[in-house]
Design a protein around this ligand. Sequence first.
Ligand code: SUG
Length: 429
Amino acid sequence: MIEVNFDGLVSPTHNYAGLAIGNLASTSSGGGVSRPREAALQGLEKMMTLVNRGVPQAFFPPQLRPSLPTLRKLGFEGSDAEVLKTAFETAPGIFAACSSASSMWTANAATVAPSEETADRKVHFTPANLVTNFHRSIEVAETAQMLRSIFRDESCFAHHDPLPATALFADEGAANHTRLDGVHLFVYGSVSGDRKDRPSRFPARQTLEACQAIARLHQLPAERCVFIRQNPEVIDAGVFHNDVISVGHETVFLYHEEAFADGENAIQEIVGQCPHHLAIIKVPASEISVERVVKTYLFNSQIVTLPDGGMLMLCPTECQEDNRVYKFIVDNILGGENPIREVVYRDLKQSMKNGGGPACLRLRVGLTEKEIAALPPRVFLSAGTFGFLESWVKKYYPEELEISDLVDFERYKRNAIALSKLNSWLGIA
Ligand code: SUG
């Protein structure tokens, strides 16, 4: 099986609206001026870093915003231009939510199970329902459709509907799901009916009920699934997804001491389920506080396997700029006993300002060569597809953007043309 990272290509409407409660970077960036072109080029550069190291890389196209169908569903009427104008003037909060470019964080697009681990030997996808935040729930229908058109061969791919759109099944996709040595680790923030262990300040975006439903839908053997509760205190400190406080890949698991409600027992449970020896890297709170974790996104790094079997970790530059985190990486990750032998740092500041680090920007999909051959070839990054995407971005993306710019119907039409050209080029229009 080959792990392919599907990154979300940043949209020409990337903006800062301060919409995601519990995501401290998003709320503190709200109202700022964004730089869509720079954001998209930063994302492409990250993708090419991995391509150049021989790591398979693909992408998902952005969604068109503001979402006119959503605004119409909410009662805004008239021509398209009027809908934009009335919504902006009379309901600026709703307009901003309908304008979010949040589909770029594809770790939240879906949960995926590779064919070698499912009972029917198909790759299973469940798009996340993203019910906790209105602006994110808008993504779901189009994401589901896009997944079906990219992974379209029914003999290889099984697509489930998103879970029922209600708090009981709140689901944020792969951001709370990790495959470790063939074991599926599901991390949840709340359990229905359990009031005492919930975070008190910020919402828990993933429930145990959602995780269990996905494990059933994906036909995963029970002995290959572990369900672990996130520490509610870290959710209240800004860890809105588990991928902000732990990261796993194959036989490596990097986690923060305070990540899980059951502390070391949780780790023992994970270790007990995994068939092989895991390289466990624990980050003690005495060395790196949760506050520093949230600021630097150490755990939102990507760990990938290089063609020769060694591992590379791709971190945001914030990790290099923070002395403590940098020292920990050098002394305990590079200097420790584990397969990670190289660390690279990439500037993703435009996405980071909305709380989206390297790992948020990608959905890992484990595929066989036959399954890869069933995909539209242009979703894969190569020197050729990169050249197309880079010039497409340079042609259509503004240098700077504020939410008020998105009321301009001429801009909307131009973005609609740009995205439809991209989708036709991809062969998924
Ligand atoms: O859902 N930010 C996203 C960031 C998602 C990060 N993903 C992972 N950790 N996997 C979120 O909080 C901000 C949008 C705004 O405020 O304009 C936002 O939605």
